[in-house]
Design a protein around this ligand. Structure first.
Ligand code: ARG
Length: 458
């Protein structure tokens, strides 16, 4: 009882501290259904290779299904000696079906097994994440639809720059998230490769049909080098890197929401149900959700750097260091999934404070570029018009005036080329409409992109 599967060559029992220190079952048990999926395919492969009889394979398959049911129903009892989920499942299988359970691990190592499990797991997790990302994209698209036509100040350096449509701003996040989906899809291409049959490191002595195993597990390809297959965690790094970029996007969004919900900006109202209060200050309504997303971004970056560092000194092939991949990967995935999920609802529920953003778009000299471009149409070189309008802006600051309030007579003092038609240049709507090229903030261009996203995400 409690004897390890590998106890044969050992003269004494494992030290208790070592047992606890090396165990991964606390966190790798989440892989159980993918582990069993892999084992079922391995069983069928062994049977096809003539290593298991049909009866043996059937017994093992039934046993594995029963283990799966126990785990699904949380009836599975882990033993203190269960080192990882792979050993726990095999131990329980053998309890259920007897010594034939010992045949399951024929021609297999935990090294190719865990590599397979992780890939299977990630395939499913990435599909879930993808659909959550699409829900977040849809939330932005519905905000873009609801606010179409509303103008706000656009910023560079967090200084008022040029007016833009609120919808244009929301759709910028849809583009970012689309690239995130693309990065995850790229990672999927390289992780969708089947390692089973690599054994511990050198391959196996049994005539297994690896293509058959791959087919059973819907892998489009099998790994081509057993040493590489058991030591490769590139796919973990790639997923972590894609998640780090995704979190960076979510963090930038969060920063904007925090800023915009502040009383200094008041551009948006976050729904009460997405905010929290203060234990001391009764008036407070705090944006804790975006703050936490911004904070958790650091954690995901840390996992990426941690994983790269864990791998950098490892000789081929498998090393136990690699067991450290799981907590990093699981936590990064959990963090990203939860952040995307909560932000989707928050974005869906937020309200743009129309009078405030529209008023903000009218002030701050944001039409200066329009004025400079107007003089270009009158034949002056842009560098000159820039300088002229710079002086007009300074004049406005000194006189506490807005560009749009200047009279034609005042403008003519700076350049004789100003004519009556300049007045229609000095409107925010006009500034928006002139940005009509693809990708610009012109209403038509934004509406077209909005429709395209609505179709694509429907
Ligand atoms: N729990 C291990 C891991 O996650 C499984 C592989 C262990 N292999 C070994 N030879 N000790 O990496």
């Amino acid at each position: 009882k409690g004897l390890k599967a590998w106890a044969g060559r050992f003269g004494e029992e494992t030290n208790r501290l070592v047992e606890a220190f090396t165990a991964s079952v606390q966190f790798d048990q989440r892989l159980y259904s993918w582990d069993i999926q892999g084992s079922l395919a391995h069983c069928r492969t062994l049977q096809r290779a003539g290593i298991l009889t049909a009866t043996e394979a059937k017994t093992l398959i039934r046993g594995l299904e029963q283990v799966q049911a126990e785990l699904d129903r949380k009836r599975f009892r882990f033993h203190p000696g269960d080192e990882d989920i792979h050993m726990a499942i095999e131990r329980r299988l053998t309890e259920l079906v007897g010594p034939v359970g010992g045949k399951l691990h024929t021609g297999r190592s935990r090294n190719d097994q865990v590599a397979t499990d992780l890939r299977l797991y990630l395939r499913d997790m990435l599909a879930t994440l993808r659909s959550r990302l699409e829900a977040l994209q849809r939330a932005f698209v519905s905000q873009a639809r609801a606010n179409l036509g509303i103008v706000m100040p656009g910023y560079t350096h967090l200084q008022r720059a040029q007016p833009v449509l609120v919808s244009h701003h929301w759709l910028a996040y849809v583009e970012m998230l689309e690239r995130d989906k693309g990065r995850l899809a790229d990672a999927l291409v390289r992780l969708n490769v089947m390692p089973l049959g690599s054994g511990a490191l050198a391959g196996t002595n049994y005539p297994v049909d690896r293509q058959y195993t791959a087919q059973l597990l819907s892998f489009p390809a099998v790994s081509q080098n057993s040493l590489d297959a058991v030591s490769d965690r590139d796919f973990v790094v790639e997923v972590l890197a894609a998640l780090a970029v995704l979190m960076m996007h979510l963090s930038r969004l969060s920063e904007e929401l925090i800023l915009w919900a502040s009383q200094e900006f008041r551009f948006v109202d976050l729904p009460d149900r997405f905010c929290t209060g203060s234990s001391m200050m009764p008036q407070k309504k705090n944006p804790d959700v975006p703050e936490l997303v911004r904070g958790k971004t650091g954690r995901v970056y840390g996992h990426l750097m941690g994983m790269l560092t864990t791998l950098k000194g490892l000789p081929l092939s498998y090393n136990r260091d690699m067991q450290e991949d799981k907590e990093a990967l699981f936590d990064a995935l959990d963090t990203a999934q939860a952040s995307v999920e909560v932000l989707a609802e928050l974005v869906q529920g937020l309200r743009v404070n129309r009078p405030v953003v529209e008023q903000a778009a009218e002030v701050g000299g944001m039409l200066a570029t329009e004025l400079a471009d107007y003089l270009v149409l009158k034949g002056l070189p842009f560098r000159e018009t820039h300088a002229i309008v710079g002086q007009i802006v300074r004049y406005c600051i000194e006189k506490r005036r807005e560009l749009a309030d200047l009279s034609l007579g005042e403008l003519k003092r700076f350049a004789k080329q100003f004519e009556a038609d300049v007045m229609e240049r000095l409107t925010v709507q006009g500034a928006i409409e002139r940005k009509s090229q693809t990708g610009g903030t012109g209403r038509q261009a934004v509406a077209a992109r909005l429709v395209a996203w609505e179709k694509r995400l429907a």
